[in-house]
Design a protein around this ligand. Structure first.
Ligand SMILES: Cc1ncc(COP(=O)(O)O)c(C=O)c1O
Length: 399
């Protein structure tokens, strides 16, 4: 919905930019399944496993010893130090002055946008994309233009020339998410270099959402996907957003971080103050455990998810009319199947008729129509049960 399509406002309505935000289509599908007890949910972006015990213990201990107070806006010093060490080990020298702790990735995205985007600014985003990256700048009154990935024999790919053409000198910000939700697309190092140089020339900020960086399967020797942090100096126009949610299964904890130029930090601290003031103290303590003791876990998880991806891709590929390719990163397959041209209707029918919970491609922008997203971060037996339900649905519908 655009602002011009909105009904006339009443005195009690929110402002137009907020009323025009897209509601979640994943929620709409979940609501269609309301009252159905036996649903296999693959629609949300999280694992079916709880956070590792050593991280939960660290939070319990922190609570037991009274970590119940406000902290510094940018996070407690030991966590910022631990994160500076972690980021340095993955992407080269990074100091505490480049790190801010946030209340998860989505809050980091909002803060990053608030730092650099204002009303009327032009923002470019590569789609299909998790809706938050497109909607957040709109809350601030910015105009968002999209550049769509293409789908073909190689899976999802970027036409780099189209992206560069969209990044005009009038552009304020590029919002990029790689590894990408929902497609699993990963931007190559060469593409990142070209985009970085172009944005340098035109003074365009880059917000790089790298929350899935540890879920990267294309190069088994690499600990992370290619990152803008590998290429950019720490005082450049790059704000990198990250999260504890994916690498350490901490979705419900709401903890993340930003890597940004030191020159931004005083202003970022003010924004944190006026948004959340700080992340919870005991959650930050748990974050230290994740960063300092969680390397083995993050690597094992990536291995498991690679196995789950391969398992699901193979099983789906055997179904008639399904076109699926193994994506190089993240934790989703984004595939086409009969009926997906109206993906919202298809997903509602899947949940109603066979209790299979998938996310419609159209939830990720019009460029995602024709596809559905399946999160494979779960036990392979569960994946098999889901594939069986899909098979049943397709044969009932003439497949
Ligand atoms: C692309 C992307 N960015 C950021 C996030 C934010 O995650 P969180 O707010 O849990 O850190 C998500 C969550 O699914 C995501 O898919």
């Amino acid at each position: 919905m655009s602002e011009s399509d909105l009904p006339k406002p009443l005195l009690s309505n929110a402002r137009d930019a907020v009323r025009a935000l897209r509601p979640s289509q994943i929620r709409e599908v979940a609501n269609a399944g309301f009252g159905i007890a036996d649903v296999l949910p693959f629609w949300f972006g999280e694992s079916d496993r709880v956070t590792p015990q050593f991280i939960r213990d660290a939070a319990s201990n922190a609570l037991a010893t009274g970590a119940t107070f406000y902290t510094h806006n940018l996070g407690i010093a030991p966590l910022r130090e631990a994160l500076a060490g972690y980021v340095s080990s993955l992407h080269g020298p990074t100091t505490v002055d480049n790190i801010a702790v946030t209340s998860a990735g989505v809050n980091a995205l909002m803060l990053a946008a608030q730092l650099v985007v204002g009303a009327g600014d032009r923002v470019v985003a590569v789609t299909p994309l998790w809706p938050n990256l497109v909607e957040i700048p709109k809350i601030l009154g910015a105009h968002v233009e999209t550049v769509a990935l293409g789908y073909g024999a190689q899976g999802w790919t970027l036409d780099l020339d189209r992206l560069l053409a969209a990044l005009t000198p009038q552009t304020k910000l590029l919002m990029l998410n790689s590894p990408n939700n929902p497609t699993g697309w990963v931007m190559s190092r060469d593409q990142q270099r070209t985009v970085l140089e172009h944005c340098r020339r035109h003074g365009i900020w880059i917000v790089a959402d790298e929350v899935y960086e540890r879920l990267y399967y294309a190069d088994p020797a690499a600990r992370t996907a290619p990152s803008f942090l590998d290429l950019a100096a720490r005082d450049e126009h790059v704000i990198c957003v990250n999260s504890f949610s994916k690498a350490w299964l901490m979705t419900g904890w709401r903890l993340g971080w930003i890597v940004a130029p030191a020159a931004l930090m005083d202003d970022l601290a003010k924004l944190v103050e006026y948004n959340t003031s700080c992340a919870p103290a005991f959650v930050q303590q748990a974050g230290i455990a994740a960063v300092q003791q969680g390397e083995g876990f993050a690597q094992e998880l990536a291995g498991e998810l690679r196995g789950a991806r391969d398992h699901l891709v193979q099983a789906l590929g055997a179904l008639p009319g399904v076109d699926v390719k193994a994506p190089p990163g993240a934790m989703y397959v984004f595939f086409s199947l009969p009926g997906a041209a109206r993906s919202l209707e298809l997903c509602k029918a899947l949940v109603r008729e066979v209790g299979l919970g998938l996310a419609p491609g159209s939830a990720f922008g019009p460029e995602g129509e024709g596809f559905v997203r399946w999160c494979y971060a779960c036990d392979p037996h569960r994946l098999d049960a889901g594939v069986e339900r899909l098979q049943r649905f397709l044969s009932q519908h003439g497949g």
